[in-house]
Write a protein that binds this ligand. Structure first.
Ligand code: SAM
Length: 432
């Protein structure tokens, strides 16, 4: 329940996380409604509240979007870090941003056109009605064109090219989900000019680490230069709040402080958060965040060969079934369905024998058993981490194996840029 009455006072309760919430005292509920698109389909729940601490506040789907007091800590870095990184931004595309907060910052720059695409006209109209002073006369700016449309559809159909694309969207919930898909990024890449920059909010680095690293990686696969900017917004709980930005040309985010300062002074733009020094500082990340972005591999694979295994285990379907179940517990992964243990028979050839395929919550376990050679070849592939030493100990004991040969691979490492690479590991006795 977003609005609660406690001792005759109204409090707004944001439950973005199952185990962490923020509550904000409300002096007046100015507006409350669930909006619908032209076809009558539900879009989002809108609340506009007046609060003693943060002034007027816009809430969508029970999540704080902006407050009058701290919006500048969000809109200024999102706008100015991108616009001052670009050599000469002229055509700007804003996806989302129906509250006008980003627009008012963008029109401070000598840009030629601003296209704003928001899925929900009500957000724009209600902001104009209940917070008229917020975006001031930016809505009347002659350079502005508004489209009421799903941003994902717009970027697919527009024929224009943009110098800067700004994604001022809510978190990946409700109508905003398509705006986090790679298909959307691919469409944005097509309409981004050669010197172009794309930037988006990617949530809290502490409470939404996957959102930052996943968007960083998505952009890295598409743009030659990708950087993270950080800020802190008091009503966006979770400490550091992040933006991920991609540039179509290397070097755009490496402008010197004096270069940025020169343009900032020339444009005489009024800001309350942004300064050229803070622009540069906001690209310096806490070590933990920087490390998480460096790591960013897709997953890891443990490949194990077990020798001198117990024959009675390799020939017992019941024991192989139990092995699969117990291994999932050891690697702390939920099995996805039952293990498939096809039996290719007990002939004399090395390939005869049972195999195993067990899907797990984040990928798979496969194994091939050769009772003939009392050999087990096991592959554990996951997109999350597990204790490989504990796993090796378990499988050795389970199959009563005498010898183990194992490889631990990072799969889909971030910085693989070669066209083709075959890593061949010869078996021990072969001279290279
Ligand atoms: N600063 C806020 C944040 O970080 O959560 C975002 C604020 S802004 C109000 C978000 C806007 O995105 C809303 O006006 C909403 O209507 C719009 N929006 C959501 N999904 C959209 C979509 N698929 N296409 C275009 N706009 C969308």
């Amino acid at each position: 329940m977003a609005l609660e009455k406690i001792k005759n006072e109204i409090w707004f309760r944001e439950e973005l996380y199952p185990d962490f919430a923020q509550t904000i005292k409300v002096s007046k509920i100015l507006f409350k409604k669930t909006t619908r698109d032209r076809k009558g389909r539900k879009l989002q729940k809108i609340l506009i509240l007046n609060t003693p601490r943060f002034g007027k506040m816009l809430v969508l789907d029970n999540i704080v979007q902006l407050t009058e007091v701290d919006e500048k800590y969000y809109h200024e870095p999102l706008a100015h870090c991108a616009l001052f990184s670009h050599p000469n931004p002229k055509n700007i595309l804003i996806i989302g941003g129906g509250d006008g907060g980003l627009l008012k910052e963008v029109v401070k720059h000598p840009v030629k056109s601003v296209e704003l695409v928001d899925i929900d006209r009500d957000v724009i109209d209600l902001m104009k009605k209940y917070m008229p002073d917020f975006a001031k006369n930016s809505w009347q700016d002659k350079r502005l064109k508004i489209y009421i449309e799903d941003g994902a559809k717009f970027v697919k159909r527009t024929k224009r090219q943009y110098d800067v694309i700004m994604l001022d969207t809510p978190d990946p919930v409700g109508p905003a989900v398509p705006l986090f898909k790679t298909s959307f990024y691919l469409d944005c890449k097509k309409i981004l000019a050669p010197n172009g920059i794309i930037i988006r909010q990617t949530g809290s680095s502490t409470l939404q680490p996957d959102e930052v690293s996943s968007n960083f990686r998505q952009m890295e696969e598409l743009f030659p230069e990708v950087r993270v900017f950080i800020t802190a917004v008091s009503t966006y709980v979770g400490g550091y709040f992040t933006f991920v930005a991609g540039a179509n040309k290397k070097g755009l985010f490496q402008k010197s402080l004096s270069q940025i300062r020169k343009r900032f002074q020339k444009l005489k733009i009024q800001t309350s958060w942004y300064t050229p020094a803070l622009h540069k500082a906001s690209m310096i990340l806490p070590e933990e965040l920087a490390e998480s972005l460096k790591k960013n591999e897709y997953g890891q694979e443990l490949i194990i060969d077990l020798y001198d295994c117990d024959y009675s285990i390799l020939t017992s379907k019941e024991k192989l079934y139990r092995f699969s179940k117990e291994l999932c517990k050891i690697i702390e992964m939920k099995p996805y369905g039952e293990p498939i243990i096809p039996d290719f028979g007990y002939a004399l050839s090395k390939t005869a024998g049972p195999s195993l395929v067990q899907l797990i919550e984040s990928s798979s376990i496969t194994a091939h058993y050769s009772p003939h050679w009392r050999l087990v070849c096991l592959n554990i592939f996951t997109c999350s981490s597990f204790d490989s030493h504990k796993t090796l100990q378990f499988v050795k004991e389970f199959f009563k194996a005498d010898r183990i040969r194992a490889f631990l691979f990072e799969r889909g490492p971030r910085l693989f840029k070669k066209e083709l690479e075959i890593i061949s590991i010869k078996s021990p006795h072969e001279k290279s």
